[in-house]
Design a protein around this ligand. Structure first.
Ligand SMILES: *Cc1c(COP(=O)(O)O)cnc(C)c1O
Length: 371
């Protein structure tokens, strides 16, 4: 049985009428830029994220870039980030004029380790970008405390974690809620995916949100009057319409991903060569990826490929070792936990429409490899 890593066609068949209805409304109106759907989606994503403001933008990458841009970094200013993440996390720091400083991750969750981040602070440090990798939140209580104590800004790269939450004290806190700015991506393969690129920033502070709104629209609040130089990074109205049709289903999709993750956990339980992902007890995971650590990972990947089983390595080369960051001077061995993860991880299909038969075929193919 062939099983894709993701099947957007299967999702589309379950939502076709809703999405096409929303899209047709925009097309009938012929209003494609900053239509009412954008503001509606901003309100809905802000509400989901327990945030005061939502500001749509053109992609998750731009959400990070604008959030960092709003910090007014000076040359030499440092921003701490994990190296085990999608490239945009660090690319945005560079493009906003900062210097990425990479800190190691927690071996259990793959998320940035607060102690490692604290150890990386220098007098030039301005901010920390925390990534909620694979859909599981990083310990935001620790990072919020660290940022407060050391006078740093805190940005959440929540591109993989819309709807994820973590119990902090008595309350559930959402991905995007506790940072100065939370950044989401609506890339089609994300848990809430558009029909193209899209992104959103959320913030609690009125002034931060106003600045982000200004920067995404050429640095002005009134048309043709510019307080500063911004850019064009709007969320497309058609994409907002697609996302509004999908958003009411997100909680159900994420719950289905949790069921599938539990089924994989049971299938791999007690297997020494396959280490199933672990969820911190405080977290409700959204399983953007179900990522195992595997002995002989590359040979396993070849085996899965030969069997027609979708899989992918997120991420095979850590960011501190990327050629584009060679000037930063990192050497292999600098971030041992990160580098071990890049050699061991492989992600398996966990999309909501995956059938039990398909999932059993995936698990059987993995287990067969070690037999
Ligand atoms: C997808 C992703 C981004 C970038 O989002 P785009 O919408 O593709 O620009 C940034 N960070 C992480 C962790 C991501 O997974």
């Amino acid at each position: 049985m062939q099983v894709p890593l993701l099947d957007l066609g299967a999702q589309f068949r379950t939502i076709e009428a809703d999405v096409l209805g929303r899209v047709k409304t925009v097309v009938d109106r012929q209003g494609f830029i900053m239509g009412p759907e954008v503001a509606e989606l901003e309100r809905e994503v802000a509400r989901l994220s327990h945030a005061a403001h939502g500001v749509g933008c053109a992609s998750g990458t731009d959400a990070l870039l604008l959030a960092l841009w709003a910090l007014d970094l000076e040359p030499g200013d440092e921003v701490i980030a994990p190296a085990f993440t999608f490239f945009a996390t660090a690319g945005a720091i560079h493009n906003a004029g900062g210097t990425p400083v990479f800190a190691d991750i927690d071996p259990v969750t793959f998320n940035l380790d607060p102690a490692a981040a604290e150890a990386a602070i220098t007098p030039r440090t301005r901010a920390i970008v925390v990534v909620h990798l694979y859909g599981q939140m990083a310990p935001m209580e620790a990072f919020a405390d660290l940022a407060r104590r050391r006078g740093l800004r805190l940005i959440e790269d929540a591109a993989q974690a819309i709807g994820a939450r973590r119990r902090i004290g008595e309350a559930w806190r959402m991905a995007g809620e506790l940072g100065d700015t939370g950044c989401f991506s609506f890339f089609p393969t994300k848990n809430l995916g558009a029909w193209g690129d899209g992104g959103m920033m959320v913030a609690q502070d009125d002034a931060v949100a106003a600045r982000l709104r200004s920067l995404r629209l050429h640095g002005g609040t009134r048309e043709y009057f510019h307080d500063e130089v911004g850019t064009n990074s709007r969320l497309d109205t058609l994409q907002a319409a697609v996302l509004l049709a999908k958003l009411p289903r997100l909680a159900g999709w994420n719950a289905r991903r949790r069921e599938l993750a539990a089924r994989y956990d049971a299938a791999f339980d007690g297997h020494g060569a396959i280490r199933a992902p672990r969820t911190e007890p405080a977290n409700e995971h959204t399983w953007h990826q179900y990522t195992i650590r595997a002995d002989r990972r590359d040979a396993l990947a070849d085996h899965l490929k030969a069997r027609g089983i979708g899989h992918k390595v997120y991420y095979p080369l850590a960011l501190h070792l990327q050629p584009c960051f060679a000037h930063l001077g990192y050497r292999a061995g600098a971030l041992p936990v990160t580098e071990a993860a890049t050699a061991e991880v492989v992600s398996l299909p966990v999309y909501p429409e995956l059938t039990p038969e398909q999932q059993d075929a995936v698990a059987a193919a993995v287990l067969d490899f070690y037999r």
